[in-house]
Write a protein that binds this ligand. Sequence first.
Ligand SMILES: [Zn+2]
Length: 170
Amino acid sequence: MLYEIRTYGDNCLNVKCEKVEEITEEIKNILEDMVETMHEATGVGLAAPQVGINKRFFVLDVGDKVIRKIINPEILEMSEEYTESDEGCLSVPGIYKKVKRAARIKVKYQNKDGEEVEEEMTGFLAKAFQHEYDHLEGKLFIERISPVSRKIISKKLHLIKKETEKKLKK
Ligand SMILES: [Zn+2]
């Protein structure tokens, strides 16, 4: 099943999400549908709040042949060294701006079978993980861009918000 992706202006994107207490069959099905939705939208990651669920999980497929289903993630360590590159988000369509992210992170999460996984991530994977993790904290990448960039995109953001409000009224 494909989800409708929630967009900027939808309140479910600004909420701190709740921990998953038990990985039920329902959650496993949602994760499968999220992978399908992410691929359909040609995204590299999709977080639960983006499909209207304020729980702490997301999916990632950064093209390294592993589809990650990440539940209750924690970022244990972040390098002081950072990288800066263009970022976009399925919930903020058409906007790409530079964001600074830690170059290396060490993370812990549960996979769909409830097993605890620890992983060190670098490069694009590290960046995508941090982006999705932000979603669980109710934060969008546009809150991390420079004030100048923010000003440049303000009109576009306003239009997205208006579209979102129209959708929500239906
Ligand atoms: Zn996003």
